[in-house]
Design a protein around this ligand. Sequence first.
Ligand SMILES: Cc1cc2nc3c(=O)[nH]c(=O)nc-3n(C[C@H](O)[C@H](O)[C@H](O)COP(=O)(O)OP(=O)(O)OC[C@H]3O[C@@H](n4cnc5c(N)ncnc54)[C@H](O)[C@@H]3O)c2cc1C
Length: 411
Amino acid sequence: MNETRAARVTPRTLATTCCIAGGGPAGMMLGFLLARAGIAVIVLEKHADFLRDFRGDTIHPSTLEIMHELGLLDGLLKLPHQKVPAIRAQFGDVAVPFADFSHLPTRCKFIAMMPQWDFLDFLAGAAKRYAGFTLMMRTAAGAPIEEGGRIVGLRAADDDGAFEIRADLVVGADGRHSTLRDSIGAAVESLGAPMDVLWFRLTRRAGDSDETVGRFDAGRIYIMINRGEHWQCAFVIAKGSFDAIRARGLPEFRDDVAALAPFVRDRVGEIASWDDVKLLTVAVDRLTRWYRDGLLCIGDAAHAMSPIGGVGINLAIQDAVAAANLLTARLRERRVATDDLRRVQRRRELPTRWTQRLQLVVQNRVITRILGSSGTLAPPLLVRLLARHPVLRRIPARLVGIGIRPEHVRI
Ligand SMILES: Cc1cc2nc3c(=O)[nH]c(=O)nc-3n(C[C@H](O)[C@H](O)[C@H](O)COP(=O)(O)OP(=O)(O)OC[C@H]3O[C@@H](n4cnc5c(N)ncnc54)[C@H](O)[C@@H]3O)c2cc1C
């Protein structure tokens, strides 16, 4: 087999060094890094393009730092984006500053709001410059191929039918509903989530505020993210309550939105039907083991993240960087051992556990309480402290913007 390029062994069998299932942030970043290091890699993405709405569009300072280390930052920031240098939260009628990114020890002291499809397209474009990179869109990864107790490739299907890919390493980067994680045969620790999220968009007009605002009211949480021409709106609901909300009717839902953000009352009619409202179910879980011989899971496939803090993309990217740092030399030698895969989990497990633990604290202490409350809502003590002492706002900024044990490109 050619060292750097995926090879066609038979008309319906390909061979490569690393085959990645899933072209989300984890899969695309790992694909890019391996190809850049001269490793033959195939990334499979079941959709025809990256153009899906509301995939989470936050690019955090630590991800921007990685893009800088890769020499890609200037190009990335030429794409349309909005900079979020601080986060403010509104409890009832009281607005409180919550996180301030301006003191972070990173090149970019802001979160870049950019459609995820632009980010993934950009990464794909950068990766395609390397001979070893193959991206197969509209191609679904299927079951792994096992021989002698080791995963040696996987089955896949595109418009022309089923085929096989043989690989030294298969990576499951296929997200929260990963099918590859099942093949590892490890237990899934489900940590629970009290909420789901309804996403929709409303026009943004001249005279609207520039800021991304989270509004917390009795029984309701509503976030509006400035996306230039439109507001990306997230209405957080108690888990499993969407059917009851639909049964109440669309006019009532529009009224709820207008009550939380009165300045959009004139345009809530843009939510013309329930088809304009997308339900995203929230899950927080993790595999007890992220690997088996020949197969590794990273990103949400290894640990589904809550949307709290908007850190899931960042963690997925960090996993990809850690995996590339730890595995490139072994992939080049064509000698990836199970111990190498164990090292990736060991490296990334602590940040994952701590981040999920913090998300659970917010879910259980703040979100559950707000969704269950009916009286006037006052900011919790912690939030009041953040409002009173600007220096404290650097702590949530650091946790959200950089996270725990940030990775750097070492290959
Ligand atoms: C409601 C909600 C809001 C969120 N908001 C944010 C946010 O604002 N910011 C943030 O950082 N995180 C957010 N998250 C979390 C974030 O979406 C994930 O943590 C992150 O996308 C994980 O990246 P990933 O690459 O591991 O997986 P994914 O982004 O899920 O990517 C997996 C990819 O694999 C593809 N795929 C799946 N199965 C197959 C298959 N069999 N064959 C081929 N391809 C396949 C999928 O099409 C997808 O492109 C949110 C999560 C939820 C639930």
